[in-house]
Design a protein around this ligand. Sequence first.
Ligand code: TXA
Ligand code: MG
Length: 317
Amino acid sequence: MKIVQTDPAAIREAAAILAQGGLVAFPTETVYGLGADARNDQAVANIFAAKNRPQLNPLIVHVRDLESAAAYAEFDDRARALAARYWPGPLTLVLPRRANGGLSLLVSAGLDSVALRVPAHPTAQALLSGFDGPIAAPSANASGAVSPTRAEHVAQSLGDKVDLIIDDGPCTIGLESTVVDLSGETICVLRHGAVTLEDLTREFGTVADATADTDGTVKSPGMLARHYATNRPLHLNARSAAPNEAYLAFGETGPTRAAATENLSPSGDLTEAAANLFAQLRALDQPQFTAIAVAPIPDHGLGRAINDRLRRAATPS
Ligand code: TXA
Ligand code: MG
């Protein structure tokens, strides 16, 4: 781990690390983000490993401007109006993902939507320009710790799990961005932030608040994103598959009778398994198979996050 003050040389070094699949912590106006190339499955899997997250939640993809964002998601009139009003700034838009946009499926946790944000912070902007690509970045802290608003917080929380930290002093807002879901008819706030429900309502009329149940109690923020569910039933902890089933293997496997097999990681590497999870599940979720049998995944480290996603994928929402 290395901390550098922001300057053009630091930006060049950070961009090179991102291009090689490494992790760079950088400041935004909300909180420091833990960034990776959003097109690189393995790099995105490394974010989850570094944070020790118990869940593979979808991540925010940071882009330079609206034009770059439009390469990855479909913008309707509402999305364009919100982007025109609040970007660059502390607002994240959840939009339908373009299938051929090139983003890692892990970034969306297998969903057909993607969360996009154009940060206003000059160092974040410089990094996005220098890297010239989309940067996936959750807050740069270990899972369960508070979000970092100074480079020292990142160093304390993540240590050597991050390759480079760009220091540009404290974040001005200090609270994560407002997340707004535009995939339904009503604009829906998934996470509160500096762009408030009142701001949005004033300009855009009815806005739903998904963080509060009808009785006013707050739902768990991690549970707000819809989860990816396969169309075929999933049989978890399966040591073999029937001839009409597909098999999602892990580690060394002998020959199976399965109609098709993918292996999350032949060498038993959990980070590689996380990187492959959603692409391989989709590849096997085909009508010619009656079910997808999934091998047991060790329930430690990133394996816990993989098992959490598999259990949710196995249970229709
Ligand atoms: O201020 C911020 O937003 C910071 C800085 C670094 O940009 N980033 C951040 O990212 O807080 P993260 O990954 O910790 O939070 C992402 C939030 C989560 O609440 C997640 O559930 C939601 O956005 N989210 C991401 N993609 C989604 C999707 N496709 N559908 C629904 N919710 C999504
Ligand atoms: Mg966070």
